[in-house]
Design a protein around this ligand. Structure first.
Ligand SMILES: [Zn+2]
Ligand SMILES: [Zn+2]
Length: 315
């Protein structure tokens, strides 16, 4: 399924089999998760550097000719020599290339990937259910870790990343409060089912001040709102790659050592941490499966909020 240019729907195409170059592996795709970033690339808010482009960066497959199961995440290649790469921050490498943006991704039957950036996958979760860990899970965990060791965690926007980080945070003994669009009773019930101690609309106040507020919805107006829910010393962490503008707010809301920060991309170390933690935490994903040729429907349903959890396309 290829994207010819931003703003147009994905198109089914028969492409020649990709040929692995030096250091690359050929992957037979078994499942590929659908991420909000795919929507941002589709819409041109995150600019792709190839055309046509195969989207998809939560790829589960087998190394061609073997039964070895591998995951291909968003971070597809880094330079390995810059200041960021050599200080454990390869997620910020200015020359990094990303799967499904700069490199063809997993909305396909086959793809190639750099051998150094594929992740080994844990047993216990099948192809369909492990796929959303590869971005939603990774970014969710990185977002939580960016807030330190919070006792109380608010989660704003209860999609794929939120449903995974909620489970992890509860498993780690944190009290979680889930925020959805006002009136989204199904979303709030889903948050409580995942262990949230409280769930409500973004127009409501949490029962306790938050030490961390994790914002996954791409709505900038949530940032000052989340800031007002923070305890002194607390942190708002923005987990998305794109967000509408953040409205201004009084300095008093930021004072008392509150902070606002973002997370970007992932490191391979994040992948190792999550994939090691997932089986121990009994991490379960809620998945809606779509055949590959319906990838555009999966993206449309994500945009419209027509499912809970994560969508996965299956070739
Ligand atoms: Zn670099
Ligand atoms: Zn993603």
């Amino acid at each position: 399924m290829v994207l010819d240019r931003p703003g147009t729907p994905l198109r089914a195409a028969d492409l020649p089999d990709p040929e692995p170059g030096p250091g690359q592996v050929l992957v037979e795709v078994a499942a590929c998760g659908v991420c909000r970033t795919d929507l941002h690339v589709l819409d041109g808010e995150v600019p792709a550097t190839r055309s046509p482009l195969v989207l998809g960066h939560q790829v589960v497959g087998r190394r061609a000719g073997t039964r070895e199961r591998v995951g291909v995440p968003w971070l597809g290649w880094t330079c390995g020599t810059c200041r960021y790469c050599t200080t454990g921050r390869e997620n910020l490498c200015p020359r990094a290339r990303f799967t499904g943006k700069d490199l063809d991704g997993g909305f396909a039957e086959r793809m190639v990937a750099d051998e150094r950036f594929v992740l080994p996958l844990p047993e216990g979760l099948d192809d369909l259910h492990v796929a959303p860990l590869l971005c939603a899970g990774l970014i969710g965990l990185r977002t939580l870790r960016a807030a330190g060791d919070p006792a109380t965690v608010g989660i704003y926007g209860f999609g794929a990343a939120a449903h995974l980080v909620c489970h992890i945070a509860v498993w780690e003994g944190r009290r979680v409060f889930g925020f959805t669009r006002p009136g989204d009773a199904a979303g709030q019930a889903f948050a409580r089912e995942l262990g949230a101690a409280w769930a409500g609309g973004t127009d409501e106040d949490p029962p306790e001040p938050l030490e961390a507020a994790l914002v996954f919805a791409p709505a900038g107006e949530l940032v000052p709102l989340a800031l007002r829910h923070l305890a002194p010393g607390g942190t708002v962490v923005c987990g998305g790659i794109h967000m509408s503008d953040i409205p201004s707010f009084p300095y008093a809301d930021l004072w008392m050592e509150r902070s606002i920060r973002s997370v970007a991309n992932l490191t391979r170390r994040d992948g190792e941490e999550l994939l090691e933690l997932a089986p121990r935490a009994g991490l379960r994903t809620r998945v809606t499966a779509y055949p590959l040729e319906r990838a555009q429907d999966a993206l449309d349903d994500l945009r419209a909020g027509r499912f809970e959890g994560a969508a996965v396309v299956v070739p």
